[in-house]
Ligand binder design. Structure first.
Ligand code: GMT
Length: 379
């Protein structure tokens, strides 16, 4: 098949899922065309089946806001025509679903129908999309998609609750390439981080307020009182200055490392003991799944789709949003009980295996094939 994938190219989960899906489809022989404004961060391989089409947004003194959506729709039209695409798969509703609708209408005028599949990822529904400024367009463009998928049951339900959706939303869970995350840890790396064999706690996010990153620091400060430990914080974003201040205020700076955005996150996860994700909301929590694939149990909130990924008392623990005391206690309990830690590490890995890329990519292929032209399987 010839598949157009539209996504955000950044470190965000939706871009990661879209890119990893495209790479896996290319490995299976499909031609995959990424359409976005920058090379996606995880698109770090060369493949004869992968194409990258950059959306250029010309500036003009009249524009306070360069019209990205128009440029994106026009680029989609060009790519569909020039590469005879079979379908478009857009990740994150805003503005990708509405730009795809526009492209679809333009292509219809040439006598062809290009199927559009929209995958909802989270904040496109629960935060940004709900805003009155966007809601009518989001509702319309989701309903106009040929198929709609959501990355968890919770997100599916949230979408029906918040928008007037007239079509079925299919749940296709996010996935992880387990083989990438389950390599042998680099001992020397662990020694540098934890020279006296301290336990290592880890967090990874884009440091937006929805991630409640300060709770990570508060939990760590409690754990550190009872367990010799280190905290690694991966990522960057608007909350970082406040987090750095809190690290100083709580006097834990000697044991916390903010390592910024990292492409090789698996190396960090592989030496870690517990992953902390105290988010206000996660539709899924891809970062937690990646940790689990590296044998790292998760202590998270029970918000959104997190309990579908992190199984309470099995792959880690879940607590109410903001319940720093409970999450600290869970971490202390886990890190001071070697037998329990070993069991949970194994359980976390097993749970990740059930979300392995090998199981999920065929589900997307099956979905695509429902919309394929007679000849598109041959390409
Ligand atoms: O969580 C973020 O800030 C990034 C966001 C995105 O759109 O890239 O992630 C969302 O999509 C991920 C992939 O499907 C999910 O794993 C995240 O849970 C979801 N984030 C939220 O719902 C807040």
């Amino acid at each position: 098949m010839r598949i157009g994938i539209v996504c955000y190219p950044t470190f965000g989960g939706s871009g990661v899922v879209a890119t990893e899906l495209g790479k896996a489809l290319a490995d299976k022989g499909h031609s995959v065309h990424f359409i976005t404004y920058q090379q996606p961060v995880r698109l770090n391989v060369f493949s004869a089946n992968i194409y990258y089409h950059e959306v250029r947004v010309p500036t003009y003194p009249l524009f306070d806001y360069p019209p990205y959506e128009v440029a994106l729709a026009s680029t989609m039209v060009d790519v569909i025509k020039n590469h005879d695409l079979d379908l478009l798969h857009v990740h994150y509703a805003i503005p990708h679903a509405s730009a795809a609708y526009m492209a679809k209408q333009i292509i219809l005028k040439t006598g062809r129908n290009i199927p559009v599949i929209t995958t909802l990822h989270g904040t496109d529904i629960t935060l940004v999309g709900k805003d009155k400024t966007y809601e009518p367009v989001v509702t319309f463009s989701i309903n106009e998609s040929d198929a709609i998928t959501a990355v968890s049951q919770n997100l599916r339900e949230e979408t029906f609750r918040s928008f007037n959706i007239t079509k079925e939303i299919e749940v296709i869970y996010n996935f992880v390439d387990v083989s990438r995350f389950s390599k042998k840890p680099i001992d020397a790396f662990r020694k540098v981080i934890a020279p006296h064999n301290e336990k290592i706690l880890v967090h990874a996010s884009n440091f937006r307020s929805i991630k409640r990153v300060k709770d990570v620091v508060k939990i760590f400060a409690e754990v550190r009182k009872q367990v010799p430990s280190k905290l690694l914080m991966v990522g960057d974003g608007p909350e970082r200055p406040g987090v750095e201040e809190l690290i100083k205020d709580l006097n834990v700076h000697e044991d916390v490392r903010l390592v910024g955005k990292q492409e090789q996150i698996e190396e960090i996860l592989l030496v870690s003991d517990v992953f902390l994700l105290p988010s206000q909301y996660e539709s899924f929590g891809l970062a937690a799944l990646e940790a689990m694939a590296a044998h790292v149990p998760v202590i998270s909130t029970n918000a959104g789709g997190l309990p579908e990924v992190n199984l309470e008392g099995i792959t880690g623990y879940t607590a109410n949003i903001g319940d720093v005391a409970a999450m600290s206690e869970y971490a202390i309990n886990l890190l001071t009980n070697e037998a329990l830690l070993k069991t949970m590490k194994e359980n976390a890995y097993k749970q990740a295996v059930s979300f392995d890329i090998q199981n999920i990519v065929p589900v997307y292929e099956k979905l695509y094939s429902r919309f394929c032209r007679m000849d598109c399987g041959d390409k």
